[in-house]
Write a protein that binds this ligand. Structure first.
Ligand SMILES: NC(=O)c1ccc[n+]([C@@H]2O[C@H](COP(=O)([O-])OP(=O)(O)OC[C@H]3O[C@@H](n4cnc5c(N)ncnc54)[C@H](O)[C@@H]3O)[C@@H](O)[C@H]2O)c1
Length: 240
């Protein structure tokens, strides 16, 4: 008997550390993965790579239409694209403010809106946004637009969760602490070491640990989880 079609999962930021890990996992699970990024992603079995700038509303809606056309329709949408600009706060500039808000917040808004439209017509689905604990507690050594944009992503998540519930659309966010990744390699070595040393677990997160939370939120087991900001920070937020 052929396996039932599992439908399409859209992942933005699919060329990034978290995105590319998620692409592999969902493809292994038998989903058709629409892997969108401003950078090219390699084509492989069950992976449809698309170059998309998430700050381009029309392109993001076209991405959703493409996913809806896949066998099984659009089942999950993961907004993982984001940018991160390490800066001394005193030197935070306006250009990086606008760019960070455009990608992290407006781009995630376009992703939510495009997925929402398709999923409402299809009778449900899952949306997972990537926030950050910095959105909740503030973050030093990085442009202030980072924390502001991520708290905005948390707010967007709650709005779409409330709007989506009557249509069977569950919307949640994962709020990671710092991850062992190319993004955190952008910190000066001494800043990264200080952040690691001050962490209760004395290490940053592994990509797999954050990906597991995202995958939980799109799994059948998470059928009653909606509007949650799932913190995955190893307890960086407690005990201080
Ligand atoms: N790495 C961390 O420590 C950390 C911590 C907290 C939250 N996050 C969030 O998790 C998500 C994934 O992080 P990551 O470590 O994989 O980051 P990453 O930098 O490795 O990947 C981000 C991807 O987004 C893509 N991108 C940037 N601008 C885009 C645009 N306009 N359109 C389409 N794609 C665009 C980049 O090309 C890149 O491939 C991001 O939203 C990030 O903000 C990461």
């Amino acid at each position: 008997m052929p396996e039932p079609k599992k439908g399409a999962v859209v992942i933005t930021g699919a060329a990034g550390d978290l995105g590319s890990h998620l692409v592999s996992k969902y493809a292994e699970d038998g989903f058709t993965v629409i892997a969108a990024d401003i950078e090219p992603v390699a084509k492989r079995e069950r992976v449809v790579p698309l170059v998309v700038d998430i700050t381009d509303r029309e392109a993001v809606f076209a991405l959703a239409a493409r996913a809806a056309d896949q066998a099984g329709g659009l089942v999950s949408w993961i907004n993982s694209a984001g940018i991160f600009v390490p800066t001394d706060i005193a030197e935070a500039d306006e250009a990086n403010w606008h760019r960070t808000i455009a990608v992290n917040l407006t781009g995630t808004f376009f992703g939510c809106a495009a997925a929402f439209e398709v999923m409402r017509n299809e009778g449900g689905g899952r949306i997972v946004n990537l926030g950050a604990v910095a959105g909740r507690r503030g973050g030093l050594d990085v442009h202030p637009a980072w924390a502001a944009s991520k708290e905005g992503v948390h707010a967007l998540t709650r709005v779409y969760a409330a709007a989506g519930a009557p249509h069977g659309i569950l919307v949640n966010a994962v709020a990671p602490g710092l991850i062992e990744s190319q993004a955190t390699q952008l910190f000066a070595d001494e800043d990264r070491e200080r952040l690691t040393e001050s962490h209760p677990l004395k290490r940053l997160a592994h990509i797999e640990e954050v990906a597991a939370a995202v995958r939980f939120l799109t799994s059948p087991e998470a059928s009653y989880v909606n509007g949650t900001i799932l913190t995955v920070d190893g307890g960086a937020n407690v005990g201080h």
